[in-house]
Write a protein that binds this ligand. Structure first.
Ligand code: 4AD
Ligand code: MG
Length: 464
């Protein structure tokens, strides 16, 4: 079927003036006032729909059309009329309306406001609402902006494996993959599960990060990035943790922690500017209905320098505030979400990089600082969300890396290829991971990660 799209008509309305168009869309609402009826039609091509005007005297099928239910799919043939004095810039005067797929009076998305909790239960219908139409359009544009950012800067896009035998973060939060009979797996002489008889001949899991493999490609291409699904069996039921999420992981050779932060900030600003430009209608809607500080916050970010504080100074600042936190603050303990949010929201009033964390609370691959106590790590914290980026300079010195692996209880044999990278042309290098959903939360003001993922997977929940 030859179809016109609302987006094109709205963007080039002069060209379409008085022309006949064919639209395929879904009825958002339908009002019958005897001689005329008004149909709010959405075809998915743009955040806003169009008003279709039906005139009883001109449309033979008028009486059946006004009985169509909200949610029904229709094909409308009609003429574009510009309406510069009305609320909407144009309308479609229908010459023919065909029913493509009917709906029923119990269609769950009648024209009224629904809670996000209710909409989560009908995740297969929620993209048809204004809120989720805005969120998922922003999500799509954000992905595009990220690829464009790295591509324009000469980064090579690498597809790191989703199935892996290593645990990059060493946190033991991996999902095991197996074809063994879970009721009765083969066992070794020591009565342990015999993974050597599993599909891959080794215990395998879903990746928690593509970083280690990404590092190997950075030592060939100089600058690379990954953008792929990531899986973590974190049993934390929070508004910002998902078991399946997407991560963007750039890795740059001949670079240190400050190069890494400069790249991260450059990328975040680029994404924000792109979304402000490409999703103006969506952001305006979200600013009105979800978070009234959104537009201000994004505009401020797109033109400001980022702040920076060391972990040690951040802990001192938090201690000095005399604020009571649920989890106590002390040097050597990891920052909890409440601490991160207090820092970015109450102390720095904007995004801030926290750097140089104690080695005990960070991963084995982070570069040891001269003080022998902290590592060259950075987290980017933003208001409303907390950590959206975690990164570091990597330990490129063979002896220090081996020492750290031992300290962290890792078996060097499991990471021989990673260690070997330090034997042959090892360079200073650094990288980070951006949590894609956390970025989308920041860009939309949506406060629960379940509402920026089409079909969220969280502890205890994986419907669809
Ligand atoms: O801080 P993380 O654990 O860092 C890494 O995985 C490094 N290997 C990245 C690197 O240096 N290449 O995770 C990176 C980001 C976090 O800052 C957060 O935004 C997001 O990934 N993230 C999650 N997002 C949603 N749900 C979860 N369970 C997440 N865990 C981490
Ligand atoms: Mg982190």
């Amino acid at each position: 079927m030859k179809r016109d799209f609302i987006r094109d008509i709205l963007e080039n309305s002069r060209q379409y003036e008085n022309r006949e168009v064919v639209l395929g869309g879904w009825i958002r609402s339908l009002r019958d006032s005897k001689a005329f009826a008004f149909m709010d039609l959405s075809d998915g091509s743009s955040f806003t729909g169009v008003q279709v005007v039906l005139e009883r005297s001109r449309l033979p099928e008028y009486d059946s059309v006004v009985r169509y239910q909200v949610g029904a799919a229709v094909v409308v043939r009609g003429v574009v009329l510009l309406t510069p004095d009305a609320k909407q810039p144009l309308e479609i005067h229908a010459a023919a309306v065909e029913l493509e797929g009917s709906s029923t009076p119990d269609y769950p998305l009648q024209k009224k406001r629904h809670t996000v909790e209710f909409l989560r239960q009908i995740a297969y219908l929620r993209p048809r609402t204004n809120l989720f139409s805005a969120v998922f359009r922003v999500r799509s544009e954000t992905a595009y902006a990220i690829h464009q950012f790295f591509h324009d800067r000469g980064f090579v896009y690498v597809h790191t494996p989703i199935i892996t035998a290593s645990d990059c973060e060493g946190a033991g939060e991996t999902f095991r993959i197996t074809t063994l009979d879970v009721e009765n797996p083969p066992r070794t002489a020591e009565e342990k599960v015999d993974w050597s008889r599993d599909f891959f001949g080794i215990g395998a899991n879903l990746t928690v990060s593509g970083q280690l493999e990404g590092e190997t490609f950075a030592q060939a291409f100089g600058k690379i990035y990954t953008f792929g699904p990531t899986f973590r069996a974190e049993n934390s039921n929070t508004a910002r943790h998902a078991a399946e999420f997407w991560m963007i992981e750039p890795e740059i050779a001949f670079a240190d922690l400050s190069d890494d932060m400069a790249l991260a900030w450059d990328m975040v600003q680029y994404i924000v500017r792109h979304v402000l430009q490409q999703c103006a209608a969506e952001i305006a809607f979200l600013n009105q209905f979800v978070d009234q500080t959104l537009l201000c916050r994004l505009e401020a970010l797109s033109s400001s320098a980022c702040q920076q504080v060391t972990y040690t100074d951040a802990v001192a600042l938090l201690e000095g505030r005399g604020h009571t936190f649920q989890y106590p603050v002390a040097w050597g303990r990891d920052l909890q979400t409440e601490h991160e949010r207090y820092l970015t929201e109450e102390v720095f009033h904007g995004p801030v990089f926290v750097t140089d964390y104690p080695k005990e609370i960070k991963s084995f691959y982070m570069r040891m600082n001269a003080d022998q106590k902290t590592v060259a790590a950075m987290d980017l914290l933003v208001p409303g969300v907390g950590e959206i980026i975690g990164g570091s300079q990597r330990e490129e010195r063979l002896d220090v890396l081996r020492f750290r692996m031992q300290e962290c209880g890792l078996d060097e044999a499991d990471y021989a290829w990673y260690v070997n990278l330090r034997r042959w042309g090892s360079t200073r290098h650094a990288g980070f991971g951006l949590g894609f959903e956390r970025m989308v939360m920041y860009l939309t003001g949506v406060s629960n990660i379940r509402d920026v993922i089409p079909y969220p997977r969280t502890a205890g929940s994986a419907p669809y």
